[in-house]
Design a protein around this ligand. Sequence first.
Ligand SMILES: [Cu+2]
Length: 187
Amino acid sequence: MKLHSTLLAASIALTLAACGGAEAPSQAPAAATPAATEAAPAETAAAPAEAAAPVETAATQAGECAFNLESNDAMQYNTKNIDVPASCTEFTIHLKHVGSMPVAAMGHNVVIAKAADAAAVAADGAALKPDHVKEGDARVIAKSNMIGGGESTSVTFEVAKIAEGGYNFFCTFPGHLAMMNGTLTVK
Ligand SMILES: [Cu+2]
């Protein structure tokens, strides 16, 4: 019985000694948690492309026997039809280029001819700078100068010459005819 107690005491002493000697420095370095949580890039929704302005809003009838026609840097007139009162003897189309591009790059004019002749008139004038209309072209009722951004011009014609109908107004700058043409309606 005595021996047993002694062994037990020794065992305890050993245990204590072991514990005492094991003084591990308890300075655990703070785990450097990478707190740099990357800010999620905000998905900026792409702004919806603005629809091109309607073509026919800005056209204005400039009095009984005239019309204010606008053209721009996007190769457009601002109307697809011009009403010409049958009561007018002469009719004038005032053309304004509201863009800023030079005439050599984005020139516009107004030529009056039968719709069926428009393509041939433009083709025959394609190489003829600066007006792009063949001199003395019998198919042409009237034509304005070719203008660039910020400029204005006008063309006047006798209404009787288009009274039978089927006439268009169009631009003969190379490549513009498909976009830039409209009807003349005598009424
Ligand atoms: Cu043009």
